[in-house]
Design a binder for this molecule. Sequence first.
Ligand code: ATP
Length: 323
Amino acid sequence: MANIQAIGVLTSGGDAPGMNAAVRAVVRAGIYNNLKVYGIQKGYEGLLNGYIEEMTIRSVGDIIQKGGTILQTARSKEFSTPAGVEKAYTMAKVFGLDALVVIGGDGSFRGARELSQVGMNVIGIPGTIDNDIACSEYTIGYDTAMNTVLDAIDKIRDTSYSHERCSVLEVMGRHAGWIAINCGIAGGAEAIILPEKKFDIDKDIILPIIDGRNRGKKHYLVIVAEGVGGAVEIAKYIEEKTQIVTRATILGYIQRGGTPTIKDRVTASQMGALAVKLLVEGKQNRIVAVRNGRVTDLDINEALNMTKTIDEDLVELSKVLAL
Ligand code: ATP
């Protein structure tokens, strides 16, 4: 057992629905274990500048159902420097923090590792809609974001059918096509263009659309991940080549907001509670992750050295079902 008395919690990088459920779990599990829990506003930027306040059971009341993050989030240039990391560590010590729980993405974990190297005990919780954290099968916000995208696809499909149009929909995912591949399959897309895969516009987009038209399809859907981009240009090219009226929609930040789904709320709650349990047990510098379907943890260095590749079975399935 560790002699930990006070911990801090912050959210960092892009926000994700379910972050609040994770903050709530850290605060409540912390207080349950007789710890003082401090909320840090605006990620590492707030840590550097001392935007740190003690939280109570009540300060996390009525937030489990809310999207965004009550702690707010930020990307901090200053923290990315060695001097910034030292300054953040010093500020954590001013407030008597024995450990820090960081809820965020890959960049936030790299920042946490820097802090661990100057002496801070850190626990990372994966919170990002992109599901692009190598050590974890799941990240908080991913399920909600996919449901938001699917809802948009269903709406676009209605109007595409009425007008016999083609729709090109750009969804989030700078380096990872997890949202694109899953929503493409669930939404019945003719083509799904992923950042992980090279594509040939004629073979991978135009051909399936023409094939589909010749077999009697009345609407067409192309999903493009943000990391590939160019939805407007792709739409123009499709229209020129096929004479099918084509519209591009870039979903953008709508995917980052909204009420978290039950999966996000429950996973975030489990992850927040595990983060506190690890600290109470005296563990140091861990990342909480879903592995083989279970919420577990692993060493931060091991976690950050891992890589993750897109699920080839899903890619194959999307091609078979697009017929
Ligand atoms: P998302 O996946 O939603 O983009 P993220 O956590 O990957 O989330 P980043 O902007 O990459 O978002 O990282 C958040 C913050 O973490 C950065 O603004 C920076 O302050 C800090 N950070 C990122 N990488 C490092 C690093 N190598 N060293 C120190 N700090 C870092």
